[in-house]
Design a protein around this ligand. Structure first.
Ligand SMILES: NC(=O)c1ccc[n+]([C@@H]2O[C@H](COP(=O)([O-])OP(=O)(O)OC[C@H]3O[C@@H](n4cnc5c(N)ncnc54)[C@H](OP(=O)(O)O)[C@@H]3O)[C@@H](O)[C@H]2O)c1
Length: 232
């Protein structure tokens, strides 16, 4: 049987890279994407250029894979970036739109991810009759360069200065000590190989713990734990 063709966005680092390498090693035909594909030869899988914010770039990347392989079996929407801790009013409309452009169309990080959750669930129902399933893979913090690539809020409020710096350092520290991206890669592999695809999966022990806590702990307890973990 021909190997499944996988397209994974944002495969130049972190979770995307770990997943692309694992799937390639497992024998899948893997196409990864990056906005800078000029050093494509350093990857074991095929790296092609794609900026999820540019319609033309998306069309060209898809065309490239389809013209070579004839089809795409699995699309892993992984490309994304985060914003350094910031109050909602600290981002201009332009910046908020840029985050949605990358994380949703192509929070306000959290908002863009919630939007993506809702959209993915709807899409899963919409596309099922075409034999296509849509799943959310939800890790907690993962040790990638996300913390290094944080976008700064472009209208910072002085009142948040202390807490911002504290949260920023805490976030970088937490990411550094968190799960290896290979854990997410293995979850994705298990989903691809599964006969019974579900709409939503957690990845790693922290994400599983948080999901269970959310499900079973009283709202007040959950709220307290989040506040305590943020140390605010
Ligand atoms: N790390 C965590 O703690 C964590 C936890 C939960 C969820 N996630 C999610 O996991 C995904 C991967 O993040 P990561 O932690 O692996 O971060 P990362 O190491 O910074 O990797 C981000 C990837 O996204 C690509 N990318 C960013 N903007 C893009 C754009 N406009 N068009 C195309 N590609 C773009 C980057 O590629 P180029 O720069 O080469 O184009 C890079 O390959 C993100 O959606 C993130 O929100 C991460």
């Amino acid at each position: 049987m021909a190997a499944k063709v996988i397209l994974i966005t944002g495969a130049s680092s972190g979770i995307g890279l770990a997943t692309a390498e694992l799937l390639h090693a497992e024998g899948f035909t893997v196409y990864g994407t990056s906005r800078r594909a000029n050093n494509a030869s350093k990857y074991k899988f095929q790296m092609i250029e794609l900026d999820v914010n540019q319609e033309d770039s998306v069309a060209q990347a898809i065309e490239k894979v389809i013209s070579t392989e004839g089809h795409i079996d699995v699309l892993i929407n992984n490309a994304g970036f985060a914003i350094a801790p910031a109050g909602a009013e600290e981002s201009s409309m332009q910046q908020a739109q840029a985050i949605f452009e990358t994380n949703f169309f192509g929070a306000l990080y959290s908002a863009s991810k919630h939007a993506l959750e809702g959209y993915s669930e709807s899409l899963d129902h919409e596309l099922r009759s075409h034999g296509i399933r849509v799943s959310l893979i939800e890790p907690a913090y993962t040790n990638t360069s996300l913390g290094m690539n944080l976008l700064k809020a472009d209208a910072q409020v002085t009142a948040y200065e202390q807490i911002r710096e504290k949260l920023h350092q805490q976030m970088i520290e937490t990411i550094r000590n968190s799960d290896d991206p290979s854990i997410v890669a293995n979850t994705i592999l298990a989903v691809i190989n599964s006969q019974n695809i579900l709409p939503r999966y957690t990845s790693g022990t922290t994400a599983r713990y948080l999901k269970n806590l959310r499900k079973f702990a009283p709202v007040k307890v959950f709220d307290k734990l989040i506040q305590r973990s943020l140390k605010v």
